[in-house]
Structures are given as structure tokens and as C-alpha cells.
Design a protein around this ligand. Sequence first.
Ligand SMILES: [Mg+2]
Length: 269
Amino acid sequence: MPLVSPSLNGLRAFILDMDGVLYEGEAVLPGAVEFITRLQATGTPFLMLTNNAVRTPGQYVAKLARMGMSVAEDRIFTSALATADYLAGIAPGARVLVVGQDGLLDALRARGLTLVTHADDKPEFVVAGLDMTLTYDKLREATWAIRRGATFIASNPDVTYPTERGEAPGAGAVVAALQAASGVVPRVIGKPEPGIFAQVLARLGTAAQETAMVGDRMETDIVGGARAGLRTILVLTGVTREADLPHLPVQPDWVFPDLTALAAAWRKT
Ligand SMILES: [Mg+2]
């Protein structure tokens, strides 16, 4: 196990990816409950940060509760919230056509954006994310809106996400279909883009170099975290495997098999 740095001293806060770190599908991963309990017991600042824009923070709170983790809604930050904050900042009240689910729809509505469903409604933005209720109609309207000049925004770039039965198509796969049909490359909001990490750090109130990004996916969690100046911790319970490590463009600061091992190492510091 290539432990790049021997001690976790100096870490004051944690940002935790969810899929592949805390759970896989509906199955809780080893050490997740204990690690969250320990963060709470020690008063350590932490936020859960997911690129998945399908669920609302409230739905995540319920999902985590089913697995034995009791966290408040304001501990959850999603690429949907980041997308809504971004659009509300640059174009308050703008008309937005969404290819996505509750997480995106609720976040955009809550930030005062106007949701439309047809290209003829003249949306100023098309926001695309993972949509498990995706239809040809949605793809067609979004494609026409982009081709007519709407700015194309992707909530997150993940082409797949882990499930018990293997990697399933993610937001990036939906975005790729729209990109192919429209010929337009979207602006991406979620990890690994730096804006979302800046939003999370602002919420935590900690400096990047004393905050760790804990994730399972190299190209989003680790590359994005490192670029944002965060310390990075890779856990091997999700997408990136130990065998991938020699081939990675950036090495994480620490690698652990799971959160049980991370908690044990953190306890020793
Ligand atoms: Mg993940």
C-alpha cells in the first residue's frame, strides 16, 4: 500500500464523497458508520460532497439514516446545489430546461430559476445530469434548445457510477448524448472542477491545505481535490483500484483500503 504521507496530522476537516466511500448502492461500506460517528463525536468539521445530482439533500439524509448514519441536511452538498448556486449567481430567474431528476429540479427551483420543458419555451440554459427517467423527448427538446443558443451546463462529468451489479451509465453518458447531437461542449460544474471545491470550503470555513478530500474516484475526487489545494485520501472501496495507482496522473496523499483503515490511522495521529 503506497502510503505517501505517514501521518494525518494537520487535518482539521474532511470532505467525503458518498458513492463508493460511504455506501455502494444500498449497502453501507466498511467503517462508514464508525467514521461519521467519530467525526461527530470529535466536533470535526465535515461535509459530504457528491457529484450525483439525482437526489435532494433530504433524500440523502433518509438514505444515510437507513444505513445507520444520522446527519443533518446542511452536511450534504451536491453538484445540483452547486449548479443552482452558479446559475442563480450569473442569471437570476433565468429559464432553464433540465434533463435530470428531483435533485436538480428542486435545487434550481429553490434558487429562483424558471423551469421549462420545451425548446419552444426559449430556455436560456440547458442543464443536464443523470436522469433515470430519461426519454427521447427530453433529449430532443434539450438538443434543439442548445442548437438554438441555450448555454449548455453539465451538473457533473461522471460517465458511470458504481452499483452492486457493476458500473451503470451516469450523468456523463447523458451529457455525451446531448453533446453528440448538438455539437456543443458543456460547461461542467461538479468535481473535478475547482468551483465546487471552493463552494464547499466556504461552507466548512477551513483552509484547503488543512482539509482532506476523501474519495474513491481518481479523476474527480483526487485530481479535483489536489487541483483545489486540498489534501487527498483515496479509499479503495469504489471505482479506483490499487492496480490503477501506478498509472495515475496525480498520486493521492494517502491511500486506504476503506474507512475502517482511515479511522484507525487518524486515531493514531
Ligand atoms: Mg464516488
